[in-house]
Design a protein around this ligand. Structure first.
Ligand code: PLP
Ligand code: ZN
Length: 424
């Protein structure tokens, strides 16, 4: 009996269906290599979750909506992923001329990025399957998250990352005890190699936009947004509110499609009444999804990615089609921002909202500022900005976003002089 309420898999591209079997390792569609969506029994979920959520302060509060059985591991970081803080940012509202701006800070996850949501669920799935090792390609955060969640569960992990990954992220991989392989090539090279390695060595592959369980972990952010926003508004017919507009950065597109998926679940369960408009934000130098959306194409044309926001630097978005569909389906849009706008957004988020974001996280706010400037966001809309990663992940970029500190001899005269010079 499936306790996880999963009925099967359906290809998001060609519609092919496959039944769920508890011990089957399933990745992409064998017919067209499109990404699989999981198909749920919503009646069974409704019966299993009469109170919608338990009081557990993590994504596991929504266990009946997740495609895995209870992994146990209570008291470990795997059990602590998710349930990140949601803030109201009044100074950003003033700055943008918007009524309601909220920030969800997923930099506050156990390994300091949104990727913990996916990795916690994938490792729970790995435990069900009884695999010997988990593996992923990563620009840094997916690997750090998989390494951390695997360490929490005592499962061996191998991470393949491009040699250009920021040092803090590589340090995280090593500290969590993963086998770390730096690949002299791009993320896309590491991705293909990981798929081959998993096949050859019988490892369980977490790759984003390949393993259907990553989006299932990521959808938990949508549940939290709806539940947490209820604290800021009067409930209508007992439903949870949804933001009018949600901004999130896009690399492979799996966070965006996971969040879309989560809001679809809520709507199907009748726990919410509508969908938010999803705004996908890409860096100018890594904008394959935005280009496909603009040209209304059903195919993603790869780019040669170049942006300082390493977490969204992707040549061929592996979940790009679903991301484009998410934006189209919700009446949202794609917005493209420059690296300078991303750096400015890091400084603004820190100064005006006390949130320290890595470049790919601040990209979501840069996109909101741009979308407001382009008239895409009505002033009375409620807006949620998703920060996907912590600024400590990439201190070198953070230093580029701000000015140099003053430096003085240790006496009051020097201090007075320096302060005077600064204010003049
Ligand atoms: C992975 C990541 C993203 C982008 O997620 P995709 O699923 O690749 O679109 C954005 N920000 C951060 C910090 C990330 O680690
Ligand atoms: Zn298919």
């Amino acid at each position: 009996m499936a306790l996880n309420h999963v009925l099967g898999y359906r290809c998001s591209v060609c519609g092919a269906e496959q039944a769920y079997a508890p011990r089957d390792v399933v990745y992409a569609c064998p017919r067209c290599s499109g990404n699989f969506d999981l198909v749920f029994d919503y009646e069974a979920i409704r019966r299993a979750a009469p109170g919608r959520a338990t009081p557990e302060p993590s994504l596991w509060r929504y266990l009946p909506l997740l495609p895995v059985s209870d992994p146990g591991l209570t008291g470990t970081p795997l059990r602590a992923a998710g349930w990140t803080p949601l803030y109201r940012a009044e100074r950003l509202e003033e700055r943008l001329g918007q009524n309601r701006v909220f920030i969800k800070d997923d930099g506050r996850n156990p390994t300091a990025s949104f990727k913990d949501r996916a990795s916690a669920v994938v490792v729970a799935r790995a435990l069900e399957l009884g695999v010997s090792r988990v593996v992923t390609a990563s620009t840094g955060n997916a690997g750090a998250a998989l390494a951390g969640m695997a360490a929490a569960a005592g499962v061996p992990a191998t991470i393949l990352a491009p040699a250009s990954a920021p040092p803090a992220k590589v340090a995280q991989l090593l500290v969590f005890g993963a086998q770390v392989v730096l690949v002299d090539g791009t993320y896309d090279d590491a991705f293909d190699l990981t798929v081959q390695a998993a096949e050859t060595f019988g490892w369980y592959c977490r790759n984003t936009g390949y393993n259907p369980f990553t989006a299932e972990g990521k959808k938990s952010a949508a549940f939290e947004i709806a539940e947490q926003l209820a604290a800021f508004s009067v409930p209508i017919d007992g439903c949870w509110p949804v933001p009018d507009v949600l901004c999130v950065s896009v690399g492979d597109g799996n966070i965006l499609s996971g969040i879309w998926r989560g809001f679809q679940d809520l709507l199907r369960l009748g726990w919410t009444e509508r969908m938010p408009k999803l705004i996908g934000v890409q860096a100018e130098g890594s904008a394959a999804c935005a280009r496909a959306w603009e040209s209304q194409a059903e195919k993603i044309v790869p780019v040669s990615a170049r942006t300082l926001a390493d977490s969204i630097s992707v040549d061929l978005p592996r979940d790009g089609l679903r991301a484009v569909h998410a934006v189209r389906d919700t009446g949202g849009s794609f917005v493209v921002v420059s690296d300078d706008e991303i750096l400015a957004a890091m400084a603004t988020l820190g100064r005006e909202a006390a949130v320290f974001a890595e470049p790919a996280g601040a990209t979501a706010y840069a996109g909101l500022a741009k979308a407001v400037g382009q008239g895409l966001v009505p002033a009375d809309a409620s807006v949620l900005v998703m920060n996907t990663g912590n600024g400590l992940k990439d201190v070198a970029s953070a230093r580029r976003a701000v000015s140099e500190p003053m430096r003085i001899a240790p006496n009051l005269e020097s201090l007075r002089e320096a302060l005077g010079a600064r204010s003049a």
